[in-house]
Design a protein around this ligand. Structure first.
Ligand code: ATP
Ligand code: MG
Length: 245
């Protein structure tokens, strides 16, 4: 399988705090990778380095073999190809649902308004948000906001979608609607890198699970191995807290 991303010896420090230590990791086309781990283990920082919201301290991130930090790398195009869905939705509050899904296509991809709107409507329909296209974010629920954020990301037709705890800010009754959209996307073959505390999602939907602890990848493998036969005591310890909670 071809790799979309390859991460080699990635490290990140904040001041004296080494939060990612020598991370090696790759994302192949069509895979769904869940990243699990305790708070502070570096999961968000890893995603933020991948889309260059943070600058890696050392190591390299290759996108189809090209270093994303090299001077002649086309970052704008990369940002269109690698989308991100945040815990806190990050919708534009003053724009309607529809406008939220149009603006990136026009600004980043240079699409015309008509084509962008068609795409936006198609993906809003796909996530069940077609009836709300004229609403403002404050008028819809958290689960609906997150579905709009996913539609907005999909409208860019990304090659890889990063999710940083997309359901953590939601009331429990809204978690299911967002996870079911994500399950459907995984089923359609979208490549996804998902930081999550939803262990059932990680177990049932992922092709690979990465367990992070203290800035390193402690263990990674197929869900069956990680959940049913973890090799490292740290992985067992982390998962036992979920089983008992
Ligand atoms: N901008 C920053 N400046 C300084 N330290 C930071 C910054 N961002 C993250 N950190 C630190 O890096 C470490 C890893 O944080 P990160 O947010 O990546 O963890 P996480 O695994 O995503 O945790 P959570 O599950 O709580 O979201 C933490 O110790 C955090 O305090
Ligand atoms: Mg985080």
């Amino acid at each position: 399988m071809s790799n979309i991303l390859e991460i080699n010896h990635l490290s990140k420090t904040f001041g004296k705090n080494l939060v990612l230590k020598d991370i090696d990791f790759s994302v192949s086309h069509g895979s769904v990778i869940s990243i699990i781990g305790a708070s502070g283990s570096g999961k968000s920082t890893l995603l933020r380095c991948i889309n260059l919201l943070e600058t890696p301290t050392s190591g390299e991130i290759l996108y189809h073999g090209d270093n994303i930090q090299s001077r002649n790398f086309n970052l704008t195009s990369y940002r269109g190809k690698v989308g991100m869905v945040f815990q806190s939705f990050n919708l534009f509050a003053n724009m309607t649902v529809l406008e939220n899904c149009i603006i990136g296509q026009c600004k980043v991809l240079g699409k015309g308004r008509k084509e962008a709107e068609e795409m936006a409507r198609m993906y809003l329909d796909k996530v069940g948000m077609a009836p709300y296209i004229n609403a403002k974010p404050r008028q819809i629920s958290g689960g609906q906001k997150q579905r709009v954020a996913i539609a907005r990301a999909l409208a860019m037709e990304p090659e890889l979608l990063l999710f940083d705890e997309p359901t953590s800010a939601l009331d429990p009754q809204m978690v299911g609607e967002v996870l079911s959209v994500m399950r459907a996307l995984a089923g359609e073959g979208l490549t996804m890198l998902v930081v999550t505390h939803e262990m059932a999602f990680a177990r049932d939907v992922s092709s690979r699970v990465v367990f992070m602890k203290d800035g390193v990848i402690c263990e990674e493998g197929e869900p069956d191995q990680i959940f049913n036969n973890p090799q490292k005591p740290e992985t067992r310890d982390f998962l036992s807290r979920f089983r008992n909670g």
